[in-house]
Design a protein around this ligand. Structure first.
Ligand code: AMP
Length: 581
């Protein structure tokens, strides 16, 4: 199936965008059996659904000459849950329908309502908006739906979740019964089915979920890191991929602010999107990403809902989403409409098992990889530099004259080296990941006798080498859960599936009470008294009784592990600007 059977102006608009063939959902709405009917469509974001409903309503919009039928009142109305999605839909419809002479009005909360009223008064063929704002215009008489031919509810499940039912009902009730109603929804829970029953007639059900699956073109990767290394992992992933556009997800607006500040300090061109930003700040941020002034966006789930940036090829889950659905939703910002994308989960070691379960449940095959090392990043940089500097360029006389002057002063090798240096100096430095440094050092430690460890009690916890247990994060975890300091923990022995450690006997009962009290649903790790070290254990830090454990640099305050702490990731050391390599 191609786009060639479409009205000529729409086919030309698609060709001008370079879209050669319909996506599955577009092909489905263009089938003859869908013509003129109400549709209830399960399609995910990224499946090309906006163009799909644009094409589906061509019959309602265009006259025999292929141009829009003149009208004062709108013929089509698109309702979307968020401002960003509404603005995005309107952008898509503008390039698709612009050549047909369509005027498109956008009505979204947070924007200038009087300007929208003027647009509506002026006459719009298509109106796109959010439910609350559309209802306002309706109630004030600015929006007249008496001539409406097609109503489209985009991301209907989100709209109901967000409490827009009444607004939707009022809007639909104000439009003629014989209008077409197209309902798009990623999921079809009961309230959606009820809405469809009430407002649709003989609707054709279309489901392309699976064919256009959000993560069809997304390669999932996961990296397990010490909690104190999360920001370093983010930096190295950004530097390794050098994606044209990347999005980083955090759980809270505080963490968005924090990571945005860190990355700005490190020399990345980065914007932030969270609930604390005004509409104009959000628009500016998105525009900066679109015109490539910024390449990285740090966002919360809600702020990033519905965002469509075609150049986005890397999604990093800096903090884990609340469930598998949110994971797919976030990841679906990339790999859109046939493009390839990468979604990387940064997983603090203690959460690895939980994440593996989530991935299994969602049937996502993630490859567990190491954080890219500075050497790997430099190797990538070299390839990219060579490609960039060897690419053909157009020069003018001024460039050539300057080149001659340079050649008169320096050798070609010196000039080329200066060029390479200038390019490299503009790139933020990769980070050394401390686990590597740690494992390189681990074998060097010799057992020494420690005061207070002549009489010890052994405890064990149910994580071991297979769960990436490592003293760097285990020690802070023991201290936090047991209310003791790192000097009150003796030898740590890491076995395949469990880890044993010593606590001075005098502190044992206080320790046990504290670990029981600090156990939360959220914590994966269980503590129990133990008879001694596990068989075949590996000295995670020192051999005999009271041996040193190789405490992490910075001590327990720095290496935070748990999710229920205010800040799930921490940065190490003072902020630094970009440094020349
Ligand atoms: P949507 O699912 O509407 O958010 O669309 C996702 C992205 O796919 C948008 O950037 C569309 O412009 C793009 N797109 C829509 N249809 C096609 C197509 N047939 N071929 C390639 N890209 C498309």
């Amino acid at each position: 199936m191609s786009f060639s059977d479409l009205p000529a102006l729409l086919a030309e608009a698609l060709a001008a965008r370079g879209y050669e063939a319909p996506t599955a959902v577009q092909a489905a709405v263009l089938e003859p059996e869908a013509a003129g009917r109400d549709l209830i469509v399960s399609a995910q974001t990224g499946s090309g659904k906006t163009v799909a409903f644009g094409l589906a309503i061509a019959g309602e919009m265009l006259g025999e000459d292929g141009r829009v039928v003149p009208t004062r009142e709108p013929h089509a109305l698109v309702i979307a849950p968020t401002r960003e999605l509404a603005l995005q839909v309107s952008r898509e419809l503008i390039w698709l329908y612009g050549p047909t002479g369509a005027r498109i009005a956008t009505c979204v909360g947070g924007m200038d309502a009087s300007k929208e009223r003027r647009q509506l008064n002026h006459g719009a063929h298509i109106v796109v908006g959010t439910p609350g704002r559309l209802r306002d215009h309706l109630e004030r008489g600015a929006l007249d739906l008496s001539n409406l031919r097609a109503a489209i509810l985009d991301e209907a499940d989100e709209m109901l979740d967000m409490g827009f039912r009444e607004d939707l009902e009022e809007i639909l009730n104000a439009s003629p019964n014989e209008r077409r109603t197209l309902l798009f929804s990623a999921t079809m829970p009961k309230p959606i089915v009820q809405l469809a029953k009430r407002y649709q007639k003989d609707a054709l059900r279309i489901s392309t979920v699976g064919e256009d699956r959000g993560h069809g073109d997304i390669a999932y990767q996961a990296v397990a890191v010490s909690p104190s290394d999360i920001e370093h992992a983010v930096i190295n992933l950004l530097r390794f991929h050098e994606a044209e556009t990347a999005i980083l997800f955090c759980a809270t607006r505080d963490n968005v602010r924090h990571l945005h500040a860190t990355l700005t300090e490190r020399g990345f061109s980065v914007v932030a999107l969270s609930g604390e930003h005004s509409q104009s700040e959000r628009n500016n941020a998105l525009q900066a990403l679109r015109d490539r002034r910024a390449r990285v966006c740090v966002a919360t789930d809600v702020a990033a809902r519905g965002i469509d940036l075609p150049s986005l090829s890397l999604v990093v889950h800096v903090e884990m989403p609340r469930d598998a659905e949110a994971l797919q939703h976030r990841s679906g910002r990339t790999g859109r409409a046939g493009k390839k994308g990468t979604a990387v989960l940064i997983v603090p070691y203690p959460r690895r098992r939980r994440v593996e379960m989530m991935l299994r449940g969602a049937r996502i095959n993630a490859e567990w990889i190491d954080v890219p090392t500075p050497e790997a990043i430099r190797a990538q940089d070299h390839e990219r530099l060579l490609a960039a500097l060897l690419a053909p360029i157009e020069t003018d006389e001024e460039d050539l004259a300057l080149a001659d002057r340079l050649l008169a002063e320096k050798t070609p090798q010196e000039i080329a080296a200066a060029l390479v240096h200038a390019h490299r100096a503009s790139m933020p430095q990769p980070e050394e990941i401390s686990d590597r440094a740690h494992s390189d050092r681990r074998e060097d430690r010799q057992p020494v006798h420690r005061e207070g460890f002549d009489d010890v009690a052994w405890f064990k916890m149910d994580i071991g080498r297979r769960q990436n247990a490592d003293p760097r994060w285990i020690l802070p975890l023991i201290c936090r859960r047991g209310g003791i300091t790192k000097n009150e923990v003796g030898a740590i022995r890491i076995g395949p599936n469990e880890t044993a450690f010593q606590v001075p006997r005098g502190l044992a009962s206080k320790f046990m009470t504290a670990v029981q009290r600090s156990a939360t649903e959220d914590d994966d790790v269980h503590f129990l008294p133990s008879d001694g070290p596990p068989q075949g254990g590996h000295g995670g830090g020192g051999g005999g009784q009271g041996g040193p454990r190789g405490a992490p640099r910075g001590g327990p305050n720095r290496a935070a592990a748990p999710r229920h702490q205010a800040k799930p990731y921490q940065r190490k050391g003072p902020p630094r600007g970009p440094r020349p390599q």
